[in-house]
Each structure stands twice: as C-alpha cells, then as structure tokens.
Design a protein around this ligand. Structure first.
Ligand code: ADP
Ligand code: MG
Length: 397
C-alpha cells in the first residue's frame, strides 16, 4: 500500500499539526496557466449542490464526540505549488480539502480542472506530501515492524455475529474495502443493516463509535429494520438511527458524484463505516451493451480505487455488495462468480462469498492478503446477522 493512516485517535485531531507546521507555505507559484474552468466543472458543481444526503435525522449530535476525521484544518493553499488560482479551480471542481485532493484520481482531476495529467498528478502528490509531512499519512517507506504496529492499531467492526466476525479475525477492518457477494437473498443487505447498528457502538463493544454512511442503489434500505435490529439488541433505536446517513442513488452518474465527494460526507457525518449496497447494479443496468462494457469497467475501476484510497486515508471500513454472475436462465458460467469481472475483485481488499444453506447462511473468505481460507455459518433473524443457535441446528443442511 502506498500510504496508510495512523490509527491512534489522537491522530485525527490535527491541532498538533497546525502547531508544528513550519512557515513553509509561502510558495504559491502556479504550475500551469490560468485557464478558466470548463463547462463540465460548472455543471458538475451544480449537480453537486443539488445532492442532498437523505439523512432522516441530522448527525450533528455526534459532533460532541472526538473529532475522528477532523483533518480539515489543513488548507489547500498550504500545499506547495498551489496558489489562490489553482485552489479556486479545485474548489470549483468540488475539491475543498487536502484530503479530497490526496484521494483524487489523476485522470478525473485533469479533466475537472482542465489541466494536463502531469499537473494533476503533481497536485495530488503535493497534497499527499503535505499529509505525510504533517504525520497524517505514513512516510513512503516504513519498516515492516512499524507497518505491523500500525496494522495492530486498525479498528474492527462487528458484523453482529461473532461467528461471522471470526471469519474476519475479529470483525470487518478499517483501511480496507470488503466485498460481500452472493445471490439474491443471501444476506448481503442484512449484514449491512446490522453493521449500521454495530458501528455506532463503543469500540470496546465491537463498534467503531462512529456514524455510518449508507449508499443505497437498489432501494432496499429499510430504517424500520434498523429499529428492529437495535431494539432486539437492547440498543436505543433513536440514537442508533441518528448515526446513519442514507443516500438513495438513482443512476451511475449520481453514484460517481457521491463517491467523488465522499470525503466531505465522511467528515460531516463522522463516519467510520461506508456501505455501498450494491456497487454494480446501476452500472450494470445502464451499460449493458457490448460496446459499453469497456466504459463501464473503467468507471467501476475508478470508483473502486477511489474507495480503496479513501478507506486507507480516512481509516474507515468500506463494504461494497455485489451480485453473482448467473441468472436462473443461465446454464453456462460459474454461478458463484461475482459480477463486474476483475475490476471489483482487484480493488477489494477482502472478498467474501455468501450463500444460503437451509435456514442459515454460509460465508466464505475467497480472497484476502492474509486471512486463512475458511468458511463460517451465521443466520439472519430479528437481530440482523446473528450466530446460529447450535441448539436448533437446521436438519435441512
Ligand atoms: N426481519 C427479519 N427477520 C428475519 N429474517 C429476515 C428479516 N429481514 C430479512 N430477513 C432475511 O434476509 C433475507 C434477505 O436478505 P438480504 O440481505 O436482503 O439479501 P441480499 O443478499 O439480496 O441483499 C430474507 O430472505 C430473509 O430470509
Ligand atoms: Mg440486497
């Protein structure tokens, strides 16, 4: 990994950064000519303004808690080589913070600010350098023992079932994108709903003590299910639901825009868990012809890589759900293969396959840099994802 964020809570409060920062930000030289921002950017910004996070209840109550993602004190103009003109163009392109710039994709940024790829890359690298110099990001090279110490500090969020958590060696990790794939009804959305509740719990109780952002592309998010899950777990549903910001997404362009602006929403909602349920359905529906496949894959690739960078830089857990390849009328092909080809799989840190097994569900770790190959059973009940009651093991299995 190119960079990894420190996971100690104190890291997220960057007051120390401001104090330590030397007065070295005088260099405001522009790297490229003073172009006007093109129409694409303007329309993008208007779209952006029109987006309303469909949060049922505002998350402002969380702001009294520790400033988990508060890195915004670093200003774009503190970046070497970026002066007022460039920072204005970046703002017009929806990039408001150093973090936004650090996670931007080179090609997207070049188009958005009407600059060459070289300029775009140099701005992104300068933003990353500032974050490294400020100790927000790791240095480019760290020794393996330091890397191990940092990994030990990463957070894990319970899925709601300790048996399922075991598959992840203790819960779904931050600094990673976890892909849940499986057939219709296999429990993907149920795990996501359950984690909306568990993520709000204190870290000692397997939570992330944080808000959640739920990006719903299939219209299957149900707030009343969150109410049921929290009540069944003796968690106050009023507080629990306040922690969750939901955004219903209607088309692939909207999804791309939400992902592009995700850093801002993560800050706004103090989120340490982002769910994209599902990552592929909109692109799959809109880019269905053969001729559009390459375009679709490239767009998905860009979304997935952006999510991966965000998970690392913000130290958050990202869950994406994905369908399996085959439909009931398909005889050929592996029915357990996720859709989206290699694009989703290559960018996911962990891939987990879910399937029904009688009344229960089975989750299998398919792809992981370090988890042993294994599979576990869990169930879905009023508490959401839950352990199988061994006393009444299904005879059907
Ligand atoms: N309140 C509930 N109590 C028990 N089981 C439920 C409840 N809600 C959903 N389920 C189970 O979850 C299944 C749907 O799983 P879901 O996660 O939505 O599927 P998908 O993998 O397609 O997202 C239902 O078929 C049902 O078995
Ligand atoms: Mg679903």
């Amino acid at each position: 990994m190119m960079y990894r964020m420190r996971t100690k809570k104190s890291t997220y409060s960057n007051s120390h950064i401001q104090e330590e920062k030397k007065d070295e930000s005088e260099n405001t030289t522009e790297n490229y000519a003073d172009d006007t921002v093109n129409n694409h950017d303007q329309s993008g910004k208007e779209d952006n303004d029109n987006i309303v996070m469909n949060a049922e209840i505002s998350l402002t109550t969380l702001s009294e808690q520790s400033p988990i993602n508060d890195l915004t004190n670093l200003e774009i103009q503190d970046i070497e080589g970026i002066g007022p003109t460039t920072s204005k163009k970046l703002r017009e392109a929806g990039i408001f913070s150093v973090m936004d710039l650090a996670v931007a994709g080179v090609e997207d940024l070049a188009v958005d600010i009407n600059a060459s790829k070289e300029s775009a890359a140099s701005f992104i690298m300068a933003a990353q350098k500032l974050l490294r110099d400020s100790d927000v990001l790791d240095k480019e090279f760290i020794t393996a023992d330091t890397a191990l110490k940092k990994r030990r500090l990463l957070l894990r969020c319970s899925t709601g079932s300790s048996m399922l958590d075991d598959l992840f060696l203790g819960g779904i990790e931050t600094q990673a994108v976890t892909e849940l794939y499986g057939e219709f009804g296999s429990g993907k959305s149920q795990i996501c709903h359950t984690m909306c509740i568990t993520a709000g719990q204190p870290i000692e109780s397997g939570g992330l003590n944080s808000g959640v952002i739920y990006i719903d592309t299939e219209g299957t998010f149900r707030p009343e299910r969150l109410e049921q899950i929290s009540s069944s777990r003796n968690i106050d549903p009023v507080n629990a639901l306040q922690n969750v910001a939901v955004c219903k997404v209607y088309n692939s362009a909207h999804l791309e825009l939400i992902v592009k602006n995700l850093g801002k929403y993560i800050d706004d909602y103090k989120a340490k868990l982002v769910v994209v349920d599902s990552i592929i359905s909109l692109h799959r529906a809109e880019f269905s012809g053969r001729g559009t496949l390459a375009d679709r894959q490239q767009r998905l690739n860009s979304i997935m890589h952006k999510l991966l960078r965000i998970s690392e830089i913000y130290n958050i857990a990202i869950i994406v759900t994905n369908q399996v390849q085959s439909t009931p009328d398909t005889f050929f092909g592996d029915p357990t293969k996720p859709t989206g080809g290699n694009v989703i799989g290559h960018a996911s840190t962990y891939r987990v396959y879910l399937r029904k097994s009688g009344e229960n569900r089975v989750a299998k770790m398919i792809d992981s840099p370090y988890h042993p190959y294994s599979e576990v059973r869990f169930t879905v009940n009023e508490k959401g994802a839950d352990n199988v009651d061994e006393g009444k093991k299904s005879k059907k299995e």
